[in-house]
Design a protein around this ligand. Structure first.
Ligand SMILES: [Zn+2]
Length: 413
């Protein structure tokens, strides 16, 4: 894995390509970019056939031990690794500990173990079990075992310090097993930077992790909902200063477009793409504009936002507790779409927008048809990854301010 940066904008935002991915090194991933979020190797709602009809998807699929751990025995028996088990062929496999789309209960880590939750309940992992799983999964790249339980509000300084110490100890143990293992010879490890909301612990974690032979870094404990963006930006800016320039930084648990933009400006390279899945699950469709040229901008967006509810400011969470809906999406279950015969997003090239109208999606949603999830996932995935394309283009053309105005809805031009 080799990161080639083509430019660094305003000292922080990095544009480049992560090259040499996969066992034979033939894959690459553009940064800033995101991984393809999957559950057990499958993008929720979509078959492999459908996925292959979609363009501009990332070459790296993310699988998580929270989904895989309970299938360890079957995978060990199968022997050929998770990629073949799940019928995946031409993809790079990245294995993380937790699923960013599923909240993880706290209070179950010890100095020697972390826990993941599968459909059958909690599974406790020691480093030995964690590494046995990696040997069975045979990913191209995985995150080291880490204690990330610092995100609940009011976590004590002592607990944060403990999480940094434990994560470094887990990393050292993982690397020891990794380097002795033939099965993991060409596999890369990412170290995990912890430290909660305490700057000096973040810096210590970053400095110490950077001393280890890791291919890149996961920034954990900064996910949406556990701190505001100003603090997140401050911490990431400080942490990335301590990390080597030539290794990628993957931010866990952040997917909202406004937060992605701010985190790229703080020096993040990679994200997890669970956001379009969450939007789909609440029956919504991404509809925010990211086209810089005015003729391609989403025409109806301002009107949507005006009528989407007074509580919704651009980028703010809804005050309605029933939903985590953001202003980057429209709720197609709403009665107003019953006779709206426009596509979800005018000009979107996805299968859903080319073939169906909002009214049809509204009908599928209110009648609980499975096709609703399929069509929404096709649109949301396409829209989200196109946003990352626009982000890279804006960086290359020095138009980040324009893109930010477009995405955040502050159109002054
Ligand atoms: Zn679409």
């Amino acid at each position: 894995m080799k990161l080639q940066l083509s430019c660094v904008v305003q000292g922080r935002s990095r544009l480049g390509v992560l090259k040499g991915l996969g066992r034979t090194g033939q894959h690459s991933l553009e940064v800033p970019g995101c991984l393809l979020h999957t559950q057990l190797g499958t993008v929720p709602h979509l078959t492999q056939d459908t996925l292959h009809t979609m363009s501009n998807l990332p070459s790296v699929s993310q699988v998580t031990l929270s989904h895989i751990a309970e299938h360890q025995e079957a995978l060990e028996e199968f022997k050929d690794g998770f990629r073949k088990f799940a019928g995946l062929h031409d993809t790079v496999l990245y294995c993380s500990l937790h699923d960013p789309a599923t909240p993880c209960p706290t209070g179950h880590t010890t100095s020697k173990t972390v826990s993941v939750w599968g459909s059958g309940g909690r599974i406790e992992l020691t480093v030995a079990k964690f590494m046995a799983l990696q040997k069975t999964v045979q990913p191209d790249w995985y995150q080291s075992m880490a204690d990330g339980e610092t995100w609940p509000k009011n976590t004590s300084r002592k607990r944060v310090r403990k999480s940094v110490d434990r994560s470094l100890a887990h990393l050292d143990e993982c690397l020891l097993v990794h380097h002795k293992s033939q099965e993991l010879e060409s596999v890369e490890v990412f170290g995990v930077v912890e430290g909660g909301d305490i700057l000096e612990e973040r810096l210590r974690s970053a400095r110490e992790t950077a001393k280890r032979p890791v291919a890149g870094f996961c920034l954990d404990g900064l996910q949406t909902g556990c701190m505001d963006q100003a603090l997140r930006t401050q911490l990431i800016t400080a942490v990335t200063t301590e990390l080597p320039e030539d290794k990628p930084r993957l931010l866990q648990g952040v997917g909202r477009p406004d937060e992605v933009l701010a985190c790229v400006e703080a020096g993040v390279d990679l994200f997890e793409s669970f956001f379009p899945f969450q939007v789909t699950e609440r029956g919504c469709a991404l509809s925010f504009s990211f086209h810089i040229s005015p003729e391609l901008a989403v025409p109806a967006l301002d009107e949507e936002r005006d009528t989407a509810g007074e509580a919704l400011q651009n980028g703010d969470l809804s005050l309605d507790d029933q939903t985590q809906m953001t202003s980057f999406e429209i709720n197609l279950k709403d009665e107003r779409y019953r006779d709206d015969f426009r596509p979800v997003v005018e000009g979107c090239g996805c299968y859903c927008c080319k073939n169906h109208q909002r009214a049809y999606l509204h009908h599928l949603l209110v009648t609980n048809e499975m096709l609703a999830g399929v069509l929404l996932m096709i649109h949301n995935t396409t829209h989200y990854h196109a946003f990352f394309g626009a982000l890279r283009e804006a960086l290359a053309n020095d138009e980040m301010d324009l893109l930010k105005r477009r995405v955040l809805g502050e159109r002054k031009d």
